[in-house]
Ligand binder design. Sequence first.
Ligand SMILES: Cc1cc2nc3c(=O)[nH]c(=O)nc-3n(C[C@H](O)[C@H](O)[C@H](O)COP(=O)(O)OP(=O)(O)OC[C@H]3O[C@@H](n4cnc5c(N)ncnc54)[C@H](O)[C@@H]3O)c2cc1C
Length: 462
Amino acid sequence: MKFNPLSNDHLKELESMVSPDRFSTGVSILDLHAKDQSAHSACRPEVVLWPETASEVAAILSYANRNRIPLTGWGSGSSLEGNPIPVCRGIVLDFSRMNRIRVIREEDFQADVQPGVIYQDLNEKLRHTGLFFPPDPGARATIGGMIANNASGTRTVLYGSTRDYVMRLVVALANGELLEMGTRASKSSSGYNLINLFVGSEGTLGIVVEATLRLAGFPAEYSAAVATFPSVQAAAQTVYDLKRSGLNPAALELLGPECIALMNQVDHLGLNVAPTLFIEFHGATTSQLSEVLDTARDICEARGCTDFRPGLGRAERDRIFKARHALGEMIQHNHPEHKILIMDVAVPITAYTELLAAMQAEVAPHGLIHYTLSHAGNGNVHLNIAGRRDDPSEWALVQAVSERLVMKAIALGGTATGEHGVGLGKRKYMPTQHGAALAWMKQVKTLFDPNGILNPGKIFPE
Ligand SMILES: Cc1cc2nc3c(=O)[nH]c(=O)nc-3n(C[C@H](O)[C@H](O)[C@H](O)COP(=O)(O)OP(=O)(O)OC[C@H]3O[C@@H](n4cnc5c(N)ncnc54)[C@H](O)[C@@H]3O)c2cc1C
């Protein structure tokens, strides 16, 4: 695609579409919108705009489309695959000023929100209603960014991913049209599901300006358990057993011993340094959860679990999962001299043990620093591999190891990305994973965005 660089006339016109305080070409602002949280290289946009209304977004898109100017949406910039990096420069639309929760319909379990709402803020606002929005990527992500990446997290094993919570969307298309899709009914079998096209499309088909989200009832009681195992394989097999048991864990996370050692060091958790499962259950009463924990203990011990620490109550659950959510940042801080490649793949649960074994076999012989953390209940693994910043050959090795493991995950019937999206880093796997379906995806892209202005350089291989 050939794009036009922004001229002074373009900039003047764009400034007039918002207002001077919602327009910036300042270098520090451009730099703040040049890079996400991944190891991918930064690229400065030419201008950042902060729209406040859907009609402003639509007008800017229409102008960008007519003038062949690339445009990329920006939520919090917390992506891990380069998804919001404006690699073709142009305009970045920052949604931090479109952060209103328009209405909460408690009785219908729904909320209408603007795209810049941070999901933790929504849950804080919902606290008194007994409802919550379950997807929990951990970082302070926006609803727009979560919809674009189909984000998920520790509770996805029970509650599903962002896709399962989007009932209705209003999207600004590249031609400036505002398109509403979906319904407020809790089920529908009417027509094509366009919402599912937009969720996970990383801002390449249209820009989300409003969403109606499905909410879930807050669990009355919580329990959590930490179970340690003699090997990663034993822990992985237990994941399968727990899923088969019908106990319905609300979180089922597997952490390698190196993760536990780091969490102990930073958060003084005093956990055994061994392959570990963090398990969470939600229920109506503590007596019910107590029985669930007893059964979970039996299942873990049958696989050789060496220590099972059950805990009841919200505080115990929060203590354990707070450290889990902070783990990604702990790893970065612990290795300032290294770049961290965060590999995100998912496989069918029956292939999970084989994938973990392949990961150990790949990284161990090279002595690479690595951390295995996994939303195990979904067969979703993040292998974080460190490569020294001043050693290009080590970084090339890290990338080669990651590439072999992503191909292995696809060969096992899985996906190159379980939750972080394609962005820049996973584009090269699209032909292998999707085969002939990729050409149909390309046609869908062309239908919605014929000039290719929306987040160019993402999803499709170069
Ligand atoms: C410490 C840490 C832990 C994480 N853990 C998880 C995890 O457990 N699970 C998980 O899924 N992710 C995780 N992530 C990744 C990240 O938080 C998610 O991908 C999140 O959805 C990104 O949201 P954001 O608001 O930061 O969006 P951004 O990163 O700003 O943008 C994401 C994508 O959305 C597009 N976009 C933004 N706004 C809009 C809009 N209004 N309309 C259309 N497109 C738009 C952007 O162009 C980009 O393609 C983690 C990140 C960090 C830093």
